[in-house]
Design a protein around this ligand. Structure first.
Ligand SMILES: [Zn+2]
Ligand SMILES: [Zn+2]
Length: 684
């Protein structure tokens, strides 16, 4: 638990933002696209899994001998038995061991895929309880956000109705050559389109909303979210040239989507207007935290609504889905206010221009920067496309407040004295095309850095961005500006709950079952350990992967593996899901060793080489400096063609293979490299 790993110490938001910038280009390119063809993956038998559950529920009345408190918790009905303290008994008595192993079959491993698919019967939400009463169940399918940080998407399926929670995207990893963004696998959703009642959004970060346009292009469903989340979604839909059925809700609202009774609860995070959701069906009550931190003193919004969380906990929550992003970090996440205080000091000292980079989605941080500018008599301007978009939207919706006249357009800043100007910009992650990177490289159209400027990077590098951040920081030092960044100042706090905050959330909600979400595998495991420390029962905690199913009733939860498709769907330009492993493998080869083309004219009838072969190299060697090698390669190719033709022409493929084999051997011998070899023959 002490592992202090930087790689998790970061905001998924920043990663999301970075991908957002990439996405924008792909989005623009794809706006005229025809309806997308999602990669086809066979839908496995989800209903069969339900059948297994039915059998289990029906056949396992003796699963918990000698455990009266648990028995009560199961049969208490309506409120999930929480009112009678069944859960707190497990909290208080976690050292007792009378519930040790006798409930193993709750845990999924023995309900394997083969078992699930051996059943033929259709879906049954109702299963026999011990008392003979029908016990309803609900299925939970994570499609994205498990074993990864990004592209969060969860489905709840109750009877013949599906509710979607979030639809994010993620940034491609280094092995995904040329991929713009990665979105969740919509196969199951599309296949069950008539069941889908709606999509609810926890907040407006890319890893929660980035996939929405791609989803809405395929099915038209109502989307529910707070004003800022929906504003950001509307921007995206505009870029894709589509309209959506967007329904504004506010924190505190209770609303119904199909059979799902939903309450949105105000929470604190690194973007304004974030909510938790409490979702009630007759089968179970589920609490989804979305992303959150526990901030008692946020900037310009109410503190997290702990009172309501406690009430919901009292009313009985069957399943908690909880953010795991920061679970490896001990202690408490610091308040956004801390950043305000350090920035205040910096503003007080600064004599010339202040140029400050932060995540465009962090509206609260931007509000703070604006307040400080006003306090110290500065006007502010905004630089960078995403910053411009978000700031304008936030002004429109009233999330940014400032006296009239303090905002100036970037191109109107010329007459303003340096000591009276703040520029808020993108680029806090060192993104090469961002406004800050262009300023650092002297390539920005309207802002030239000069000695005496104060440049602040108000963020911490997301894992993988450290190099680009330090490159920008070094360039800034060369410009002799005052550079303030995470290594020399306290100018960023995370938006995600650390261990002590997570403990508070668990203690308020006191769920019967728990499923950690939003995290790489180790985060999920560490979150399970944390829950166990709090007395939650090991066999009541479920670590799932994307595509698994958790079937839940008030009494039981059972995990099934690999039930629905949940691949990474890669978006490259206009193509969605058309780049798979084979294409990526080729791209990897090309990127590592380049390409050799062998072009020749062949008279098949007379088994004669008529022209060539010519050798063309791309990314392998520079031909002009390697004439000897290329000449030899040409001879090898020529011999191979002539030998193959002399042996009798079978088909083009075997001719190509002969040439490829000989050439590959020769080139590897000479260079220890394996470029992609592509023979191209023309029949003459
Ligand atoms: Zn997130
Ligand atoms: Zn977030």
């Amino acid at each position: 638990m002490r592992e202090n790993n930087r790689s998790t110490a970061q905001e998924s938001s920043s990663r999301a933002k970075r991908s957002g910038q990439r996405n924008r280009s792909s989005v623009r390119r794809s706006s005229s696209r025809k309806p997308a063809a999602v990669k086809k993956v066979e839908v496995k038998n989800a209903d069969a899994a339900t059948e297994i559950l039915g059998k289990k529920l029906g056949l396992k009345p003796k699963a918990q001998p000698g455990h009266p408190s648990r028995r009560n918790s199961g049969s208490a009905g309506g409120n999930g038995g929480r009112g009678n303290g069944s859960h707190s008994s497990s909290n208080n008595n976690h050292s007792n061991n009378n519930h040790s192993n006798n409930n193993n079959n709750n845990n999924s491993n023995n309900s394997s895929r083969s078992q699930a698919s051996s059943s033929h019967q259709g879906s049954r939400n109702k299963t026999e309880s011990r008392s003979g009463k029908k016990l309803e169940s609900i299925k939970v399918f994570p499609i994205g956000g498990l074993d990864e940080i990004g592209k969060n998407m969860t489905l709840l399926e109750y009877k013949d109705q599906i509710l979607i929670i979030d639809c994010g995207m993620s940034f491609p990893d280094d092995s995904m050559y040329g991929i713009d963004v990665v979105i969740p696998d919509f196969t199951y959703v599309i296949k069950n389109a008539s069941k889908v009642k709606g999509l609810i959004i926890t907040h407006g970060h890319e890893d929660h909303i980035g996939g929405v346009p791609y989803l809405l292009k395929q099915i038209n469903i109502p989307v529910y979210g707070t004003p800022l989340s929906l504003g950001l979604i509307r921007n995206k839909l505009d870029e894709h040239g589509i309209r959506g059925n967007l329904n504004v809700i506010h924190a505190g609202d209770k609303f119904k989507v199909g059979a799902f009774e939903i309450e949105a609860i105000h929470t604190t995070h690194s973007i304004a207007d974030a909510v938790n959701y409490c979702i009630t069906t007759p089968a179970a009550r589920i609490f989804h935290t979305g992303d959150f931190k526990i901030d008692y003193t946020p900037v310009d919004s109410d503190p997290i609504d702990l009172g309501r969380l406690a009430e919901i906990g009292d009313s009985g929550v069957d399943l908690l889905l909880c953010d795991s992003t920061n679970v490896v970090r001990p202690g408490y996440t610091r308040s956004e206010r801390v950043v305000g205080e350090s920035l205040d000091g910096i503003f007080r000292e600064a004599e010339n221009r202040i140029i400050i980079a932060t995540f465009s989605s962090n509206v609260n941080r931007i509000q703070k920067i604006i307040e400080l500018s006003v306090k110290y008599g500065r006007k502010f301007a905004v630089s960078g496309r995403s910053m411009d978009n978000v700031v304008k939207l936030a002004m429109e919706l009233g999330y940014l407040k400032f006296p009239a006249g303090s905002y100036v357009e970037l191109n109107q800043t010329r007459g303003i004295p340096d000591s009276k100007l703040t520029i808020i910009t993108t680029g806090s992650q060192g993104e090469p095309l961002s406004a800050l990177a262009r300023m650092a490289a002297d390539e920005h159209r309207s802002i030239k850095l000069k000695k005496g400027d104060t440049v602040i990077l108000s963020s911490t590098p997301v894992p993988g961005n450290e190099k680009s951040v330090s490159r920008v920081v070094n360039l800034l030092y060369q410009k002799k500006v005052n550079v303030i960044y995470n290594e020399n100042a306290d100018i960023h706090v995370s938006g995600h709950a650390c261990q002590e905050d997570l403990k508070l959330m668990h203690s308020l909600i006191r769920p019967k079952f728990f499923m950690p979400v939003h995290g790489e595998h180790r985060h999920l495991i560490i979150h399970r350990q944390l829950a166990e420390q709090l007395g939650e029962k090991k066999d009541h905690i479920f670590i799932l992967s994307n595509g698994d199913q958790l079937t839940l009733s008030k009494k039981r939860a059972i995990k099934f593996k690999n039930v629905i498709p949940a691949e990474d769907i890669m978006v490259d330009g206009l193509g969605i899901g058309d780049v798979g492993n084979i294409v990526l493998k080729d791209r990897q080869l090309l990127s590592e060793s380049g390409l050799i083309l062998v072009v020749a004219g062949v008279d098949v009838g007379n088994r004669r080489l008529v022209s060539g072969p010519e050798i063309v190299s791309r990314g392998f060697v520079y031909v002009k400096e390697n004439e000897g090698l290329i000449t030899d390669a040409r001879k090898i190719a020529q011999n191979a063609i002539e030998k193959s033709l002399a042996g009798g022409f079978q088909d083009w493929n075997s001719l190509k293979n002969d040439v490829r084999d000989d050439l590959r051997r020769f080139i590897f011998q000479k260079t220890r490299r394996s470029p992609l070899i592509l023979p191209v023959f023309l029949q003459i």
